[in-house]
Design a binder for this molecule. Structure first.
Ligand SMILES: Nc1ncnc2c1ncn2[C@@H]1O[C@H](COP(=O)(O)OP(=O)(O)O)[C@@H](O)[C@H]1O
Ligand SMILES: [Mg+2]
Length: 321
């Protein structure tokens, strides 16, 4: 009896231990299963995020690239998109326009991010990204970016350093807009190599034929040699003074010369002193002059850009079927 009595609790213990072991094993398996499912889910999620990367480019300065990057970016954010703006100009105009008047005092800028890629050093996905109160994120730039451009000249994969950086952050965004510097140098080539779309702002007062030809040649070269996905969204007429016939003539000439090859956006951005004021204010035209004609135009441009995206998606789906 004693033995039995002694055995019984022992047996009970054994059962308890084995049921504990089973429970541990089960929860261990569950943990592996849940982790694996989450991993797959995230992977699938990443695949689904088809980030639109738009370079705003023209080697001519003062044509409205930075203003377009700010207001199209914030326009897209207001339409519910998750937007990152990249300041690709060592002058840091976009950074200044978004409320950071002294870019060289910032602890981390695009040159640091590209430097990490260049040196194969680790980089946290959100490192150095600033948040603007109007709902966009910003990777700022300062003058060090011109030094980065020089070091790119001898670097391996020098045209794709920005693309490699964007690969680390793009999963978090539906749209990334790159404000290009006013040249066709290595930074602009990097922007074109990273982008799948280009918008070309053209000032309506400036007869752009020769400059535009050079830009189109560069875009085509990048498309052929580095980035076959690259497409020109269109030419955007900026600072249009509708009181003059001259602006209308330029617009008509542009449509006549390029209209068959390249879309010229139906939206034209009017000239307005209110648009000139926004860079000093650190905010968008939507916040600065919400009822004005420039705000309305940038809203229309946002709609044209998203419509284009949907059309392309549809035609891709059509091809895929
Ligand atoms: N629609 C507009 N009306 C009046 N001035 C504008 C307009 N858009 C931009 N500007 C001004 O023109 C100048 C050049 O614009 P910006 O966007 O900086 O061009 P870019 O980036 O091509 O050099 C800036 O002073 C800017 O405030
Ligand atoms: Mg600029």
């Amino acid at each position: 009896m004693r033995v039995c009595g002694g055995m019984a609790p022992q047996k009970l213990n054994t059962n308890k231990t084995s049921s504990n072991t089973i429970a541990y094993r089960f929860s261990g398996r569950m943990l592996i299963y849940v982790t694996f499912s989450l991993f797959l889910f995230q992977k699938r999620g990443d695949c689904k995020v088809n980030t639109q990367i738009i370079a705003i480019a023209n080697q001519k300065g003062g044509v409205g690239k930075t203003t377009t990057c700010t207001n199209l970016g914030i326009g897209l954010a207001q339409a519910g998109r998750k937007v990152l703006l990249i300041d690709g100009d060592p002058q840091g105009s976009l950074t200044i326009s978004l409320g950071h008047p002294q870019p060289d005092k910032l602890p981390f800028t695009l040159s640091d991010a590209m430097g990490r890629i260049l040196m194969d050093e680790p980089l946290r996905p959100s490192e150095g990204i600033l948040h603007h109160p109007e709902g966009v994120d910003l990777m700022p730039a300062d003058i060090q970016l011109s030094g980065m451009e020089v070091s790119l000249v001898n670097a391996m994969s020098r045209e794709t350093i920005l693309r490699q950086y964007l690969d680390t952050v793009k999963g978090q965004y539906s749209h990334i807009l790159i404000d290009c510097q006013p040249s066709l140098g290595m930074l602009t080539v990097n922007a074109l190599a990273a982008a799948n779309r280009v918008i070309i702002p053209v000032q309506a007062e400036y007869l752009p034929a020769k400059g535009l030809e050079q830009l189109l040649q560069t875009v085509n070269k990048v498309k052929r040699q580095i980035n076959p996905k690259l497409q020109i969204d269109g030419i955007l007429l900026t600072m249009v003074d509708n009181r003059t016939n001259f602006a209308k003539e330029i617009a008509a000439l542009l449509r006549e010369t390029y209209g068959s090859k390249i879309k010229v956006f139906a939206t034209e951005i009017p000239h307005s002193v209110r648009a000139k004021e926004i860079s000093a204010e650190g905010k968008s035209i939507f916040a600065h002059d919400p009822g004005g004609k420039v705000a309305e135009s940038y809203k229309n441009l946002t709609q044209e850009v998203t419509k284009l995206e949907k059309q392309r998606e549809k035609s891709r789906a059509g091809i895929g079927r």
